[in-house]
Design a protein around this ligand. Structure first.
Ligand code: SF4
Length: 574
């Protein structure tokens, strides 16, 4: 008999688009924000919060399992998701809708879950769920939403009550839910001072790795919220004050003891670990140094990356090297544009290019291993020309820093400007036009055959029709500069050029088909299908390396092989 996955709560991560397999009516490569045109990370990576929930509820005696449906669908292309759900057994299921590009997939997957488990409670959480909490009650497959930047206590309460058989009138803070068809809003009163007061247990998260291509990456989130108010960010101070029921305090840190505890659970793997430290710009220097020392002392990590808002003082960089002499330290900066006025309008612009270049030279001398620079298309006052000027600037930068320690990347803010951010909420005042406002419109937009219809915004400086050409031109030109300066291999740049050229061609063919005959001809559908298969076969992150579609930490190891076999066509045929 096939086994069953039983738990008090099963967390399900849906792909961005369900069912993305065998779709030939829209082009998946449009949704990539990388020059590789790769999209798999937006499908398979679930929020870190899943892992915090698992650890926190375990401390309350509640058993939580994670089923990463997106990852399983990639690894097992014939997996029948409905059959898979029949092997799950829980009184309550939790689905993440944290990032808007997941709205189509998460709502559809909730529908499949509800069909298979009509008596189980289906609840949602995440930033976008918080923003659309009441609107989400319109979907029959969604029973509840827990609002907030930290839902650990309310979720533990909800799971405990459901486990005891409660099915209505829940005593759970931040919960919006339906009780016999009536929408009940418990408000948004749970706003803890300390974020996620638990340590993730990483010790069982990794498979044994055998290849450097499979080098595991893990992430640490030391805080949430932000002191800054970048107008395009729904995690900003401005957005938190309107969405998260908070006032002056808009950054919520985890306790240092929990971070230290978490680091002690990093496992020893065959390949060295790489740690990405999210939101490090909201950390004080002493906390960063304590954290780095703990990572160094773990003895299992090779490299650590930090996001920084300002240019970190050289004296702090020196101390970072001192406390972590064995670690490769990488810094991520996001100036957004080479044009300081555009950079400033985007919420950045705290340094000039000259200051940044001088700082990078100092950082290299101190022993910082590398600096990643991130530029974004979709900012205020940014035109096509300005975007291409940014690309030219980065070419000069790579020439000036000839080793491969300075790596620029540019991507388009597509397809969505996040609801909740200032430019979305006050679009007219900031030069933005917003086309989709509610959740249902966004859900439908994600599978639009024409990419311009998927986009929810344009700016006074760039219309919807200009975004994709600008993104392709900028990503391709920058990738070729990277190849010229040795940041990309000749083989990779060949693939990048082929893919972007092909995407341009597909985009114009789709537009032409709709303009002339009003639908996609079969021959074009076949071509789109082949393109989508190719895109999905790459599990690269930013670098274009073909990795096996398995064996990474966000793959799920809780689903036994016999269940996969029972739900996959190829095994049944064998
Ligand atoms: S984009 Fe700006 S506002 Fe948003 S988290 Fe980063 S620094 Fe803060």
């Amino acid at each position: 008999m096939t086994s069953t996955i039983k738990a008090d709560l099963i967390l399900v991560h849906a792909p961005a688009i369900y069912d993305f397999r065998n779709r030939d009516d829209f082009v998946l490569g449009w949704y990539s924000s990388q020059e590789s045109s790769n999209v798999t990370p937006i499908f398979e990576m679930h929020p870190l919060g899943f892992l915090s929930i698992k650890s926190f509820l375990a401390e309350r005696g509640l058993d939580v399992k994670i089923v990463n449906v997106a990852s399983l669908m990639l690894k097992h292309p014939t997996l029948d998701v409905e059959k898979l759900f029949a092997h799950l057994d829980a009184p309550i299921f939790g689905i993440d809708l944290h990032w808007l590009p997941h709205c189509q997939g998460s709502i559809e997957v909730a529908g499949v879950l509800k069909k298979v488990h009509p008596d189980s409670f289906v609840t949602f959480g995440g930033i976008i769920s918080t923003y659309y909490a009441r609107e989400m009650m319109q979907y029959p497959q969604i029973d509840g939403v827990i609002r907030g930047y930290d839902t650990l206590e309310p979720l533990a309460d909800l799971v405990g009550q459901v486990k005891r058989g409660v099915r209505g009138r829940f005593n759970v803070e931040n919960l919006v839910y339906k009780d016999k068809g009536e929408v009940i809003d418990n408000g948004h009163s749970y706003t803890p001072e300390v974020l996620n007061d638990v340590a993730i247990d990483w010790s069982k998260m990794f498979p044994k790795t055998s290849s450097l291509l499979n080098m595991p990456n893990l992430m640490v989130l030391p805080n949430t919220g932000c002191q800054q108010s970048c107008g395009w960010c729904s995690g900003s101070r401005w957005a938190y004050q309107r969405m998260m029921n908070v006032d002056k305090k808009t950054v919520f840190h985890r306790r240092s003891e929990q971070l230290a505890r978490e680091i002690t659970t990093f496992p020893k793997t065959e390949s060295p670990l790489s740690v990405y430290t999210l939101q490090a710009y909201s950390e004080s220097a002493p906390r960063i140094l304590d954290y780095l020392k703990a990572v160094q002392d773990s003895g299992v990590v090779k490299s650590v990356s930090f996001e920084q808002f300002r240019l970190t003082k050289p004296s702090v960089l020196e101390k970072m090297r001192e406390v972590a002499p064995d670690l490769d330290i990488f810094i991520n900066l996001s100036p957004q544009s080479h044009d300081v006025e555009i950079s400033r309008l985007s919420g950045r612009g705290t340094y000039t290019n000259e200051e940044m270049e001088s700082w990078m030279a100092d950082a290299m001398d101190i022993g910082i291993k590398g600096v990643y620079l991130w530029y974004t298309i979709g900012m205020q006052k940014q035109t096509y020309k300005s975007v291409m000027d940014t690309v030219d600037y980065t070419a000069r930068l790579m020439e000036k820093f000839p080793d491969d320690k300075i790596v620029p990347t540019i991507f388009g803010m597509v397809p969505f400007l996040d609801p909740g951010c200032q430019w979305f909420e006050e679009s007219d005042q900031h030069g933005y036009t917003v086309f989709h406002r509610d959740l249902e419109t966004h859900r439908k937009a994600l599978t639009s055959p024409r990419w311009r219809d998927a986009m929810n915004y344009e700016t006074n400086w760039m219309k919807r029709d200009e975004f994709l050409p600008a993104t392709y031109d900028a990503m391709q030109a920058m990738a070729n500069h990277k190849a010229d300066f040795g940041r990309i291999t000749p083989r990779s740049i060949k693939i990048v050029n082929q893919r972007i050229d092909h995407l341009r061609y597909l985009t114009s063919e789709v537009d032409r088909a709709y303009d002339t005959i009003g639908h996609l001809p079969d021959s074009l559908r076949r071509e789109i299908g082949r393109h989508n298969d190719e895109i999905l076969s790459y599990a690269a992150d930013v670098a274009l390396v073909k990795k096996p579609l398995s064996g990474r930490w966000y793959d799920d190891h809780t689903v036994p092989a016999d269940i996969i076999a029972a739900c996959s066509r190829e095994s049944q045929a064998a």
